[in-house]
Design a protein around this ligand. Structure first.
Ligand SMILES: *[C@@H]1O[C@H](CO)[C@@H](O)[C@H](O)[C@H]1NC(C)=O
Ligand SMILES: *[C@@H]1O[C@H](CO)[C@@H](O)[C@H](O)[C@H]1NC(C)=O
Length: 335
């Protein structure tokens, strides 16, 4: 039985990352976070037992299995030879463990967030690279209830380190690898994306934020409500190396930043002993082209409302907005 990995996302103020010159965090800030993390950890541990007792874990496993099977069927159809991809798996790759992600009290969003993106559960579009299925569950840390109708908003760079939707990236009007998915009655969100590539100064990571209580306009964009969570998740270095060795990831000549020296990763690690912000990932077959499955659980503090800040742009879902050009420092992603 694998120990549940406890994840903490985006503990650190990412504005400093965006600007490339992080202001040192105040002692008070670190202290507040430590207290928060300790509380959140207790809540999560308590919740895990309750979730188990309510057979929520089991329903999640059944839905996760169905998600994988749907994907594998689709993938087999797409593959030139059906034998090239793994047959549907019946084994729970996580061996029953719930990977848990504890929300952090103070995070900023980074320079590449766009609001108003498309609501859809497959955000790959035509991006090449390794498919990644994410099985996410959100629950309320104060009640341990799973939360339906949470809009999870995902975004990441593509296999060669470029974000869609930004003029500075020459990607204005593009929407790939961005999208929102609403949690179901079990608080579950399933999204199909690509394993991210990398760009200068940052380790491989994926962004996600949680929205609650907003509404969907007639043009299909989501807005309003509150944002109880803003975070980033990371991946095992060995998995990153394996993916980066394959095409098209390996056409990106920008030096890889290891997790161990990534500012956000290391600052999170230094204040969150016993936790990991690395997504638990399993391969769905022997080849990377069989896809990857990752699981994340997020405990939300529904009283929190975080700001997406002034650095974020307007989504390409409906608007031609300029996006927020990343402001220097970290080295522009390759184009
Ligand atoms: C990554 O995205 C950029 C912008 O859309 C695109 O030019 C580039 O070809 C993409 N990388 C690959 C490997 O397709
Ligand atoms: C949440 O914060 C945003 C600004 O960051 C604000 O516009 C919104 O009104 C807030 N929502 C509530 C319910 O307080």
């Amino acid at each position: 039985m694998v120990n549940p990995s406890i994840l903490i996302t985006g503990i650190l103020a990412l504005a400093s990352v965006a600007l490339g010159h992080g202001a040192a965090e105040t002692e008070a800030g670190i202290e507040a976070r430590n207290v928060h993390v300790a509380n959140a950890r207790r809540s999560i541990e308590a919740c895990q037992n309750k979730l188990k007792a309510r057979s929520i874990e089991n329903r999640r496993k059944i839905k996760r299995d169905a998600f994988v099977k749907r994907y594998q069927k689709q993938n087999q159809k797409r593959a030139a030879t059906a034998t090239a991809v793994a047959a549907a798996t019946t084994v729970d790759p996580f061996n029953g463990a719930i990977p848990t992600c504890v929300l952090a009290p103070e995070e900023e969003i980074g320079p590449y967030y766009l609001s108003g993106e498309l609501i859809r559960d497959d955000i790959r579009e035509d991006e090449p690279g390794v498919d990644m299925l994410l099985d996410v569950q959100v629950f309320d840390v104060s009640t341990c209830q799973v939360i339906p109708n949470v809009m999870l908003d995902f975004w990441s760079c593509n296999s060669t380190g470029v974000y869609s939707g930004f003029s500075a990236e020459n990607t204005l009007g593009e929407t790939q690898l961005r999208g929102l998915v609403e949690s179901d009655e079990d608080g579950i969100v399933q999204v199909l994306t690509k394993f991210p590539g990398h760009y200068g100064g940052r380790a491989t990571h994926l962004h996600l934020i949680a929205h609650i209580g907003g509404s969907i306009s007639s043009t299909g964009t989501y807005s309003g409500g509150t944002i109880p969570h803003i975070g980033q998740v990371f991946f095992e270095q060995s998995l990153i190396s394996e993916v980066e060795a394959t095409s098209p990831y390996n056409t990106n000549t920008v030096a890889i930043t290891l997790n161990s020296v990534d500012r956000v990763f290391t600052e999170q690690a230094s204040v969150t002993a016993g936790y990991s912000d690395v997504v638990t990932i399993k391969k769905l077959g022997s080849a990377l082209s069989d896809g990857l499955l990752g699981a994340i659980s997020i405990g939300l503090d529904l009283t929190a409302n975080k700001s997406t800040g002034s650095g974020s742009g307007t989504g390409t879902g409906t608007v031609t907005g300029a996006g927020g050009a990343p402001t220097g420092g970290m080295g522009a992603p390759p184009s």
